[in-house]
Design a binder for this molecule. Structure first.
Ligand SMILES: O=c1[nH]c(=O)c2[nH]c(=O)[nH]c2[nH]1
Length: 302
């Protein structure tokens, strides 16, 4: 039986690159995890053993490090665009590059010590603490003519301790869930958003765009009086599209981090919505895309 080689791609995954800027005593850090996936005219590599069209994954890793030195890392998106363009435009057999990046952020450590090696008010120019919050993500795809840039974040955990209800749902013989008129709403946000930029004009300010999208997601979560996590999801996506013209589509994955009231009656105590059991699994998983009318969604449904 004949077999057909289907979609394939290759490259070095998870190259961890840390770039320090030492231009002043106030150092800057960019800390990325970069995964390269190349595809193109690679049939022979798989079928005949000829590696004539194969740019080694080792080289893709080296390119990440060399570009960090030569071009710097202004933003994950700009760095990914640079890499993708390089791999496709300089290697004839490579027709498409997908660069996935995770970015870890570092906050400055502040100290009241005012000795000379500290600059500014209370900031230490060279001391950082890893931000325990969300991880930033970026995916850049380039096919030789168009770019697709999908920015995102994951592991952003948020909670509303009130302003959340859930009732009026379908009830069948298996339904035991009690209707809730004042519950905790907590989730760990995974969000991705697609930019309309595709390579023609100058690039958006990726860092500023990220900061604003994150703020809009959080503000929408906090300000929405919620009748379901689904409704909150739509409010979060809409808020981003209403406020950020550079973005066409937002996809959200929101696990419902259930908080169940503990029965305190056995101890002769009344639980007035104060003591909860935070369950880690199973969890409801609410997923959805909000996009502009007429735009064909591009963010893959994982
Ligand atoms: O916001 C919610 N959406 C649901 O679909 C659902 N289902 C459920 O059991 N609890 C909840 N909460």
């Amino acid at each position: 039986m004949a077999h057909v080689l289907g979609q394939n791609q290759y490259g070095k995954a998870e190259t961890r690159v840390v770039r320090i800027y030492r231009d002043s005593t106030r150092h800057e850090i960019k800390d990325l995890n970069v995964s390269v996936a190349l595809s193109g005219d690679l049939d022979d590599v798989h079928l005949t053993g000829s590696n004539a069209n194969c740019l080694p994954t080792d080289t893709t890793k080296n390119t990440v490090y060399a570009f960090a030195k030569e071009h710097g890392i202004e933003s994950a998106e700009a760095f990914g665009i640079h890499l993708a363009r390089h791999f496709v435009d300089n290697n004839e057999p490579i027709h498409r590059a997908r660069i996935r990046i995770e970015e870890y952020t570092w906050d400055r450590i502040r100290t009241p010590d005012s000795s000379a090696r500290f600059i500014g008010s209370e900031e230490v120019g060279h001391s950082f603490v890893r931000n325990g919050g969300e991880i930033r993500t970026a995916q850049i795809t380039y096919d030789g003519s168009r770019f697709e840039v999908i920015t995102g974040l994951k592991e952003l955990t948020v909670m509303n301790s009130t302003n959340s209800e859930f009732w009026g749902y379908i009830k069948d013989k298996y339904t035991t869930l009690k209707e809730a008129y004042d519950r905790i709403l907590a989730t760990q946000v995974t969000a991705r958003w697609a930019h309309s930029w595709s390579g023609e004009e100058t690039q958006p300010n990726w860092e500023r765009s990220y900061t604003h999208v994150r703020r809009h997601l959080l503000e929408a979560f906090a300000e929405t009086y919620s009748y379901s996590l689904q409704q909150t999801l739509h409010a979060m996506g809409s808020r981003v599209l209403n406020n950020r013209a550079e973005i066409d589509e937002v996809r959200l994955e929101l696990p419902n981090k259930h908080h169940f009231l503990v029965d305190l009656e056995p101890f002769g105590l009344k639980n007035n919505n104060e003591v909860y059991f935070a369950a880690d699994r199973p969890y409801g998983l609410i997923e959805g895309t909000v996009h502009r009318e007429g735009v064909v969604p591009v963010i893959p449904v994982a």
